[in-house]
Write a protein that binds this ligand. Sequence first.
Ligand code: ZN
Ligand code: MN
Length: 473
Amino acid sequence: MVYENPDQVMIGLEIHVQLNKANTKMFCGCTADYTKNGPNECVCPGCLALPGTLPVLNEKIVDFAIKVGLALNAKINGITDFYLKNYFYPDLGAGYQVTQFDKPIVYDGYVSIDGEDGQEHKIRIRRAHMEDDPARLVHFGTIDKSTGSMADFNRSGMPLIEIVTEPDMRSPKEVRRFLDKLRSILEYLDVVDSSREGSIKADVNVSVYHRTRVEVKNISSHKAAEKAAQYEIMRQKDAYRKGKEVVQETRHFDEIRNVTISLRVKETLDDYRYFPSFDLVSYSVGGRIEKVRKTLPELPDARRLRFIKQYDVSDALAKSLTTEKEFADFFEEAARKTDPKMAASWADTIRGELNYRDLSIKAIRTQDLIRIVELFSQKKINDVGGVEIIRTLLDEGGTPDEIVVLKNLSMAQDDETERAAIEAVTENQEAVADYKNGTEKALNFLVGKVMQKTKGKADAKTARDMVLKVLEK
Ligand code: ZN
Ligand code: MN
């Protein structure tokens, strides 16, 4: 659903995704994983674009593209072909990029996100096409003030899929949500390792009041995309308010200063002189679609809905558990071996602590989650103790049982809590009187005293029950 927006903000994205989970590059046999190699070590005459070399299409990339298309609820072109997009740039050895034009492999899809109005909001996907990545320039200093650059061809010929949305996003926050959702889907599909630098890059197209559209290019983080959109909306509205025009141009987002800077006036399609590749014939995709469909994994939305049903968790919790595939796997493994509802809630706490530390799920083991659930359900630890175990585990290592001993986290036994409740009531007669006069807060005060006396190791509910029991005497 597309809703009214007073500022008529329209944001569309073009997202380049490096299909780095492929075995080899797009048109040659060089490895698609050059992360451990030095500059210009993963190259061949083909991806260096030496004269006389010919491209051979890596069919795995076609399958990846079909997979992405199906996951984006899109149509797949039965016959697809390649075009050459001509431009001169030092990182483009051939003088053209091999890409697609009027028959992109994927078209007409959508991705659902939570819209700003709280409703489900479909962001339409106009198309997605395959293309190869140029080499990489390494600039001395920042791009606008660089005094020199070096070229690294390891990236040249890497397979990309460029996903183009309709201008359906109405706020910077929706940009962030869309990109988060897209990354989640792509990771589930196992076509990209998004932790690799520059593996997902977005161009953000922004206009306000249905006027001139400005493109901010090459943004590599979701947060930066959100901020670039924020800045552009502000800049454009400001210009119109002052009676100035906004020029159609390409801008760069400076992540340090949080501003966009003019790079160049936008090229038009004509400038690229697209023409059909003379080396690659039309490719018949049709026969591969059904085969690929059978390999589609359960996707984030489906998994979220299943979690709600199967584990009786809220929508918000199910979403938190399923956004990252690895995390969802981590939780499900634990859920099979222990109380799933408790595991879900502790997994969510773990997720928060991991995010806070910028750690991946590899920092904790499933057996640790299972053990925390056991300790908690056997009342050997309370909430505070559980959180302390997780924090210690992540910061210092160890097992839950070791940490319980090390940090003295065993929960107070019932008789200990009862003694503390009797003391709390005896020592705080004023609060007792208040409670008896109907001040509910006085009860919380007494429970707080019990927690204090047990050094936070009583179970909060038991403490409350004990105080009530003593008060009734
Ligand atoms: Zn190569
Ligand atoms: Mn492109």
